[in-house]
Each structure stands twice: as structure tokens, then as C-alpha cells.
Design a protein around this ligand. Sequence first.
Ligand SMILES: *Cc1c(COP(=O)(O)O)cnc(C)c1O
Length: 949
Amino acid sequence: MSSFDFAGRHIGPTPGDQAVMLARLGYPELDALIDAAVPSGIRAPEELRLPEPVSETEAAAELAALAARNVVAVPMIGLGYHPAITPAVIRRNVLESPAWYTAYTPYQPEISQGRLEALLNFQTMVGDLTGLPTANASLLDEATAVAEAVMVMRRAGRSRSARLLLDSDSLPQTIEVVRTRAASAGIEVELVDLDAGLPEGDFFGLVAAYPGCSGEVRDLRPSIDAAHRRGALATVSADPLALTLLVPPGEMGADVAVGSTQRFGVPLFYGGPHAAYIAVADGLERHLPGRLVGVSVDSAGNPAYRLALQTREQHIRRDRATSNICTAQVLLAVVASMYAVYHGPEGLTAIAERVHGHTARLAGRLRRAGLEVRNRHHFDTLVVRVPGRADEVHAAAAARGLRLREIGPDEVGVSVSEITTPAHLDLVAEAFGAGSGPAVAGDGIPAGLRRTSAFLRHPVFRDHHSETAMLRYLRRLSDRDFALDRGMIPLGSCTMKLNATAEMEPISLPGFAELHPFAPAADATGYAELIDRLESWLAEVTGYARVSFQPNAGSQGELAGLLAIRAHHRAQGQPGRDVCLIPASAHGTNAASAVLAGLRVVVVATAEDGTVDLADLEAKCRQYGDVLAAAMVTYPSTHGVYEQGITRLCDLVHAYGGQVYIDGANLNALLGVARPGSFGGDVSHLNLHKTFCIPHGGGGPGVGPVAVAAHLAPYLPSHGQHPDPARRAGIGPVSAAPYGSAGILPIPWAYIRMMGGEGLTAATKAAVLSANYVARELSADFPVLYAGNGGLVAHECVLDLRGLTARTGVTVEDVAKRLVDHGFHAPTMSFPVPGTLMVEPTESENLRELDRFIRAMKAIRAEIDEVAAGAYTAAESPLRRAPHTAATLADDHWDRPYPRSRGGFPAGVTPDKYWPPVGRVDQAYGDRNLVCSCPPPAAFHDPSEGEAA
Ligand SMILES: *Cc1c(COP(=O)(O)O)cnc(C)c1O
């Protein structure tokens, strides 16, 4: 491997740098360090069997060839996925811009104001369109959003019933996902025909589709009123484009609205990633799953955005969880919100009117030709009766480059979208054997369902309709944020490594971006091969037999893996095994996923040295014996240590009949060194958005594939519309599309293809070296809380500030905010141990950046010492007053006990300074005064713009 290979560019420290770092650590060579750190019992004996790596240019050519094998037709399949036009200014400056896609989840609000504003626009857009006051900042997809809404209704409603009424005209994947999730939550799902009225008996919730899968547009008011009269809550799953023309769910009395914002400018991506939405009525906002952006104030009293009710999400309520959502779809929510910003209310309405008008004209033409169109009403979708002729119509449509929806031998579905032209309509008419020519178009929208209320009246949806204004708005927002394109983001557990441009570029190829998830299998052979190869590579690096890409976040992979474990026990005649042992230090999603899988969580203690307390584990295995389902552990542990006891832990759990779930979020410390499937794991999820270079996108998208040993393979997620008929029946889907967020799988594919086995192994070793180097250099200033063999950490280290905090009052938060002044994103705060910082440098940061971080931390330690020495109090210190904005430094009244230059330029004056746009944000204020949609512009008086309107 030479430094001119891709691996040499991906890995920051050069061989020379690595020699310097090793010398500091006292190891003659890298392998000696790895041998000392990694327990020999788990070391993989052989090298990874992966193809020889190729260059960026060759990988690009291979991916282009795969994309070219996918057939990009004109999808008119509908089913919740519609081709859309991504305005080029948004595609290039958001979707393809590292300033947006390399950002982290906005937990540090001071350096995230740009994406927080974009997400607040998203929430405002969703709230306006649905007519409900509070929307969150995205969910994973429409089907799981409906499942989340069901859980909200279950928890918030008054009814004791376990029965859910689900519109039989819902999307098929929605019905399937809700059934999968309901089965383990003890919810009974009954499909209902809303035209026939609601059935007798108690129920806690109703879900109605608007428009329905058939394209029918129903007046839902009678159903919603009936549900309310009977003590139940009502959810409407709605198409946001249709809502520009239809009376919104909130005005019909719905308690919850959910749906997908994909058609707001997000490519089809063969199923994802796309942003789903959820909005709720007053009084339900504290039941919302996922992340919620709110408005608060900063230290100068100016408005500032931040995630609201954040402490709630951090712990995801652990064993009292109703949702396990962590990573969501931020980047795609930003795209959808910008689509609305760019088009504005009139533009969106015009697009919707065009779609609706085309559909009406098509219906007129088909009817005039004597065909039966089943819809009484429609927005964009028709179901046409063609008794015994469906195959013929599909073949005729396919010959014309169109794809229609397959329903059965006697019916064909057609959905119109933003890209549909009159020429497409002629082709559709021909395919049905209907003559060409104009037809009378009726109104597809029922009387009384035409929307009369205004929406998107906030100026942000009016002021950016020219491309110049849009471009500058995007630039202004991204300039406010600190992402990987500015500097290191050393977040433990999150693995913020390089997202190489060569990995990112292929996702925009039309052959990947423009495929409908339910396109015929013959159209997707390029995807099939890409997914097949990627599965075999991931199986090789993890030591498992099979991998499913369906889960579209780590949390969903956890759920899928635990559902597989439950199904396995059931198949073994042991359905009573329902206890899941989880260490106290586990990531919040672990316990939440276990609860959603219908498992009882039992917490295992942590020993003094931070390892899983094996005596306690054994005692609990014995105590639960024949009801033990699984133990769920992270490896290396969430403390960033290769625990010696892992093989013993696996043996113990197996001896008591349990399965071992190894959370693979920390795989960056294992690739090429050890395989979880070989050292005792039965199942793991991987975070392709951590170890395998999918960017975090500001909090999503992600891909959380679940990898299993052979005995669990039959229980991987299935999907009723899977391109492979063998995978249609099974335990059911965990996400809306057969391959989840397939559109971003070219990224990990490119990473592995360009790194090869040797490169991946070198990356792991470099990541471990860098973490140990940082730990060693900082240990005199900040004690490293946990270490394993040889006093070494794995790929991250926990710095303990509790002693310093007790002595001086300076907190981890103060250190995190002061790092902003030094031009860094903070490490992970207070996870897994309160009062600590967890640092994960990753292999991608070079020695110069590592040393810059070390210097910043040492300078901060010196300031803490000044507090200890009484130079100033913690409250007056540059630590507590951090981060320093330009406005603070420019203020002519400077009364702080340290110089301005030290406040703003603690590492010396530099033209490359990152300026946070706001000072320290007051979290508590924002939670007491919850505001989750765009505040009026007057709240942000900017003197340079004159008096605000
Ligand atoms: C990131 C992470 C998860 C959750 O992954 P998401 O994709 O955010 O759902 C689970 N476990 C650990 C240890 C993690 O670091």
C-alpha cells in the first residue's frame, strides 16, 4: 500500500507520523500496539478475503457500469414514491455539498444554527401543510412513521383497548410494517374499509390514508369524529403535495399526521433515503418520537435554535421507551424543506394542480374510451379495470418506457408526478388502447375537500425564489455550521471519519438515483449485483452468514436483529424466552429496541474497571434461565475498551440458551482485527454511517444493516414487494422499502472496493493508534477513565472531568463550548458516563489536526487551573462565557477578566477562525417555552437589513 493509493489518502497519519506516535506510546511498530491492545482470544487468524483494491477512477467506472445496468424508465407506479425534480441549486449545494452532508446531529446548537434553521423550516412546512401545530424534524420513512404514530396514540390516548383500526386502503408496505411492529407490542391490527363505516367494539386508534393507495380521496371527517366519540385517537397518513389542494388533516380533526416528503425534490433512490414527517395536535407534543427543533435564547438574549426536550432523546427513555429513533433523515428533510422554500406556496400549489389536472385529463380520456376507472375521486392516482388484460397493458406501457403499478390480472394503477408530461399521458392512453386527443377533465377532489386555508406564509417561503437568493441562503446557513469540512469532529461512538468525494459522487448517477423501489426486478440488476457484492463483503468482515440492508438506521437494525432472535426462540419451541440482558452503559437505543421487540430489559452491572460485571451477568443468566432470550453488548464496549471477558460472556449466555447480540456501532475498532460473528456473536447491526463512510448528514440518513449467523438467516426482514420472491414471506419488514435506503449503498461499496482488506485493516489500526496517542498525550491533564490490556484503549477514550468539576465548577459543557473557540466540534458529552468527554479521532485525522486538538485541550486545562488558582471564578472564566461570538468581541463594553484576544482567539489570531453565530444557548428556557416553528422575522432583528418588517 502506498500513500498514493486511496487507503493512503483516507488514512490521515502517514507512515512517518505513525512512527512518531508509536514512539510516544513506546511501541516499536503498529502491530505490537494492536497485539497488546486486542485480546488474543478474539483475534482473527487470517487476513480479510476481499478483492484487491482499485483506484478512485476505477471504482467510479465500476459503479457507473453497475448504474448503467439499472433501467431508468418513467415510473408511474406510485405506492408512496414519485419521481420528483431536485432543483439543481439544491442538489449541488445541499445533497452534494460536504458543508451539509458531513455535519453531525445538532446536539451542539451553537455550531449548528444553519441546519437547525433548515429543520425548523421543515417543521413549519409540515405543520402548515398538515394543519397541526407541532411537527418533528423527520422520521425514517412513511411506513415506520405510521408505526410511530400508532405508538403515540397508544400511549397518549385514554382507551385501554389494544385494537388498532387500519385503513385497508393504506399502502401495502405500511400495512406490513405496522403488523410487524404491532405483533411485538401486543397490538391487534384490524383492516377496515372506511366507506363501510367503523366496526363495533373498542379500539385505541384509527389510521386513515389520504389519499388512499387506490388514489381515492375520502372525506375523513366522519371516521375521525366516530373515532373520537368512541374514545380513540386518529392518525392520517397524507401526501404533502396533495395537502396543498386538500383540506388538511388538522382541519378534519386528526390528532396525528404522518407521511413522506420524498416527492419534495428527493430522488427515488430505489426506496430511500427519504424524510418522513410526523405532526401532532396540541397536547401531544411531548409524546413525539425523534428530534424536535425549538427556539430558545442565547447568552446575549438573542433567539437561537436548538433541539428541544433533548435530554429525553439522549436516553430514549431506555426501558420505558416507545420509540428507538436516533439517526433520522436530516439531510433529506433539509432538501425537502428547501424545495418548499424555493417553490413557495404558489409554486407547490402549481405543481400539485398540474399533477391533479393531468390525472383528471387521463381519467377523462380513459373513460371516454370505455374503460372503467375505479376511483370516484383522485389526486394523482387512478386504478383502471382491464379484465384479464393487465399483462398486455403493462407490456404495452413498458414498450413505451413507462412502468405502471401491478395490482392483479384485472386492474392497473397509474400515478402522475411532477415529471409527467402530456406526451407521457399520450403513451399511457396508448398502452390502455385508448385513443389520443383531448378529453373533458372533471375535478378529482370531492366537494367540500378543497383546501381554503393558507399555508407557508412565513417570509422564508417567499424570499428565496430566485436562484441567486436561494444560493445565498444555502451558503449563509451552511457557513453558520461546523462540519467535517472545517475540522475534526472527535465524537466518541459516532466515528466521524472521511466521507470521500469519490464515495459520494455515484449516488447522483441516474441509474442509482432514479429507480423506483417497486420497479420490476429486471430493471434493477445493477442494484442487485451491488447489493449482493456488498452483502458478501460485509459477511466476510464480520464473520456472519447473511446481511439484510433493510434497516435504515442502527436502531432499526437492532430491532430487526432482536426480532430474529425472538423468531428463532419461537421456532425452537421456546416462545417464553423474553428477557434481554443489557449492560448499564449501553447506548439508549439498545434498551429501547428491546422493548419494541417485546423483550423485558434486565440491566447488568458495570464492574469497577468499566467492564461488564461477569459475576452479575452469570447471576442474571442463572436467575432468568429458561426465559433468557439474549444479551446485548457493544464491542469494543461503549467505554472504548477491548474487554477481555467478551468470549466468556458469549459462552455464558449461550450456556443458558440465550443469543448474543453484539452492537456493531464500534466496528471501526474491529475491521480486519476481529470478527464479531467468529468470537461469539449471533447477530450484529453495523452502522454504515459510522464505520463505512456514509456521511452523517446532520443527523441522517443512515443505514443499519443487520448481520446474522446462519441459524438466524431465516428470520431476517422480509418484504411483500421484494424483488426476490424468496424473500417476500417471513417475519415481515422493518422499513418501507425492500432494501431500505438503497440509494446510498454505493458509498460503503466504494469504500470497501477502494480500501481492500489490507486498507480496512490499516484503517482500524490507525484509528486505534490515534485514540491511544490522544489518550496518552492528554492523560496528565484529563484522566483517561478506562483502559484495557497494557493500559491501552481501543478506538476512543473517555476523559474524566468529574474531579476537575468538583474542584472548580468547570463542567464538561464548558469544555465543549470552549473547544468551539478553538475551532473544534466537542467530543461526545456525558455518554456513556456523566461528567466525561469521549474522544474518537478516527483514522482520517492527520497528526497535525490531532496535535492541534491536544494543544486546545491543554490550553483549556490551563484555564481550568486558573479558575482553581482563583484568577477568576468559573462563571467569569472564558470557559463558561464560551463560545465567543464576533458580536461579543466587537462590543465596545468589555468587562471580562481576560483579554478579548484570548476570548476569541485562544490559539492565536488566525484568518481561518470559525465564528459561532450565537453564544451559549439556554436549553432550559427553550423547554419551558416550546416554540417549534419559524418565529416571525422580527425576532431576529439584523441591523444590517434595516428595520425588520
Ligand atoms: C450510533 C449508535 C447506535 C444507534 O445508531 P442509529 O443509526 O443512530 O440508530 C447504537 N449503538 C451505538 C453504540 C451507537 O454508537
